[in-house]
Design a protein around this ligand. Structure first.
Ligand code: G6P
Length: 610
């Protein structure tokens, strides 16, 4: 939520910050702003709307001479998206500028005290209380000390960057709960909410930890804790390049990411399958080896699409590893006083590795002494670092706000974990060989689904004006129905519900008429006939049926208005193949409705507030 950037260097600070903000726009895009230091003063431009609005408003000729600048792209929490509420926020005299990602929970108390002292607030944001607090200390103290002292009073979360005219060639940044990465370049320093805004400049990065403050000049960085004790930590290296975050000729990142799936799925299992031994090797879980036999229960936690992947994982883990599973929304788990026992294992699922609720769930589990494993995509993300161990998706940066390739990789990785656990427990594992072989053929099968993009677009054309959709599936395909409905809601703003097909009779059936498209995941499995019965019930009420079916199933055409076939594959992999037509259907409908596919309204890619 919210993207922040700070830059010190000779490459045109303002333009650099602007370019980096564009890379972070997926994090929030309701308003943005930039402050730079020029001719002895801070110059600020901020605007409601997307970064393009800010860009047009900026007097680049003036701002481009700066060697220090900070910028922010916002996802509003406190105060509507407006020019005033956009960051950076300035102190009373306009000589201190701050950008912030997170929430200041005690901002109204701070504001009251500061207003009594004569500070003038100009916005409705929580952030402004921190600016005036830093201002208060900065009257006497150096900017670093002022930031540290101010943060001592702040309750909540922050990734923030401040600079002041008193020491204009320095940036001070701090982190608690909201990600912040420092890129250390040759004669330049760049701070950002994630590495995608940095990789253009340098691959040498330092991921700030909670409770750390960094004091930067163009050539030097000093890392401290909040007691101003020096911290020494080596730099890490980013191992992907700029190419990974381009659109590559696709109209939208989402479409590109959908089409990347043959490769991203290969990346999820590459080097991890031990075919001869019918086993799986996951280095990040080696630490668990001696404990796997004893695991009594697994709790998957996640949000949004990642939670749906957890629901698929539940089926896989119970079926193959024989371990009872619960799946929890991270936001519910953390506030429920969860009862965790010694031999429980918590597995967090998070594409970004930064989702605030998932991170809080992880910390709750750890505080109760339970092992935590993280399934994440972003290397070096907070969840990846704070987990006891984990498995990366290796899906590359996912920029489209609606998650696609991460979802299918999350399922793949969950399957690998289930297989690894199955091998290390005394459970029957007859299907192992077949699953591994089918995994190898998965990319080809995905390509065959993707080749139906045009056909799916034609179906989208028929239904793009409908106001409601129902998605139905059973068993392991039920979470796929939920995910299909979520994709449509997120990017096309059509109301859509996912339901277990048999539950339809207990409510949603009342909604069905000729205006209701119903998407069935009706692949050939042991409950196929039951799903067909559910389709009959929809047809009897004149609902329109779009079926996702198994290649070769001609019979299904008798029940459905449209059929999208997926290749016949091992049933553990069906959710992956079945999800892809639903991603494409949502995509095409959103495009036809002229929606902003990559940056849907009100959403953000990485939700780092509660
Ligand atoms: C946001 C995104 C979703 C994502 C969810 C969880 O809501 O828009 O696409 O599924 O956060 O994110 P995570 O990074 O934890 O998977």
């Amino acid at each position: 939520m919210c993207g922040i950037v700070g830059y010190l260097g000779e490459k045109g600070a303002t333009q650099t910050v602007l370019n980096s903000l564009k890379r972070l726009e997926y994090r929030g895009y309701d308003s943005s702003g930039i402050s730079c230091f020029l001719n002895g003063e801070i110059i600020t431009e901020k605007r409601a709307g997307k970064i393009s609005v800010l860009e047009s408003a900026m007097d680049k000729d003036v701002m481009n001479g700066a060697t220090v600048a900070i910028g922010h792209t916002r996802w509003a929490t406190h105060g509507e998206p407006s020019d005033f509420n956009a960051h950076p926020h300035l102190d009373c005299t306009g000589s201190l500028a701050v950008i912030h990602n997170g929430i200041v929970e005690n901002y109204s108390d701070l504001k009251k005290i500061l207003e009594k002292e004569g500070h003038k607030f100009r916005s409705e944001t929580d952030t402004e209380s921190v600016v005036h607090l830093i201002e208060h200390y900065h009257r006497e103290d150096d900017i670093l000390d002022a930031v540290i002292k101010a943060l001592d009073h702040v309750e909540g979360t922050y990734g923030l960057v401040a600079f002041s005219v008193k020491s204009p060639h320095r940036l001070v940044a701090a982190r608690k709960g909201s990600p912040l990465v420092l890129g250390v370049g040759d004669g330049e320093m760049i701070l950002a909410s994630d590495a995608s805004a940095i990789v253009e400049h340098t691959r040498d990065v330092l991921y700030l930890e909670d409770g750390e403050v960094v004091d930067l000049t163009q050539n030097e960085y000093k890392l401290y804790d909040l007691n101003k004790n020096h911290i020494q930590r080596s730099l890490e290296s980013i191992d992907w390049d700029l190419d990974a975050i381009g659109k590559h000729g696709y109209d939208h990142f989402m479409l590109k990411e959908i089409f990347e799936q043959p490769e991203t799925l290969s990346n999820a299992f590459r080097g991890r399958l031990l075919l001869d031994d019918v086993d799986v090797r996951l280095d990040g879980l080696e630490f668990l080896n001696s404990e796997i036999e004893k695991i009594n229960r697994i709790i998957f936690v996640g949000c949004g699409t990642s939670w749906h992947a957890g629901l698929v994982a539940e089926y896989l883990m119970e079926e193959y590893a024989g371990i009872p599973v619960e799946v929890e929304y991270a936001s519910e788990f953390r506030y429920r006083n969860p009862i965790l026992k010694k031999n429980d294992l918590v597995i967090t699922i998070s594409q970004s590795g930064e989702t605030a609720d998932t991170l809080a769930a992880l910390r709750e589990a750890k505080s109760q002494g339970v092992r935590v494993v993280g399934i994440t995509n972003v290397v070096g993300s907070t969840i990846a670092r704070e987990s006891d161990g984990g498995v990366y998706l290796h899906a590359g940066p996912e920029i489209g706000v609606a998650s696609t390739k991460a979802f299918t990789s999350q399922i793949t990785v969950a399957l690998l974990i289930a297989l690894m656990f199955a091998r290390r427990r005394s459970v029957k594992f007859d299907e192992g060989k077949s699953i591994l072989e089918n995994l190898l053929s998965l990319p080809k099968a995905v390509n065959s689904v993707l080749s139906q993009c045009e056909k799916i677009k034609q179906i989208a054309e028929i239904y793009s004006e409908n106001h409601n959709f129902l998605y139905l599936g059973r068993g392991i395909n039920y979470p796929v129905a939920l995910e299909g409905a979520l994709k449509l809601k997120e990017i096309s703003y059509i109301h859509a519900e996912g339901y277990p097909a048999a539950e339809m009779k207990h409510g949603p059936i009342a909604l069905i008429d000729e205006q209701m498209p119903v998407v069935f995941i009706a692949t050939r499995d042991e409950i196929y006939n039951k799903v067909v019965s559910n389709m009959e019930e929809v047809r009897a009420r004149k609902g329109k049926i779009i079926a996702i079916a198994t290649e070769g199933d001609e019979e299904i055409q008798n029940y459905a208005d449209h059929v999208i076939y997926i290749p016949d594959i091992h049933r553990s992999l069906v959710p992956i193949l079945a999800a892809i037509p639903l991603q494409l259907l949502a995509y095409h409908i959103a495009v036809l409705r002229k929606c902003d596919v990559d940056q849907p309204r009100n959403l953000a890619k990485s939700v780092t507030v509660e």
